[in-house]
Design a protein. Sequence first.
Length: 94
Amino acid sequence: MGAALEGGQPAGLEDEDRLAQGAAAASQGAAQQADSLLGQAERADPEWPEPIILRGQVAYLRARAAQDRHERVDLVLQGMVYAGQALQKAPGNA
C-alpha cells in the first residue's frame, strides 16, 4: 500500500493550491496519476476502503478543474460511485 500512497495521501491530491492558481492542466495530470495509483492500491487490498475514499476526493478535484461541463458531471457521478463503494466496505465509517 505504501507505494501507492505518500504521506497517507496520494501524490497529487494536495494539488488544490495549484488548481486555485490556475494550473488546471498540471493539476489534472497529477490527479490522474493519483487516481491510477489509488486504483493499484485498491486492487492490492480490495477490503481497504481508504483508496476508494481518496479516489472520490481525486474525482472531486478533477471535476473542479474540468473545462467541459459534461466531464465535470461525469467526474462528480464517479465520485459518488466511489463514496457508495466505500460505504459498502466500511458502513461504520459513514
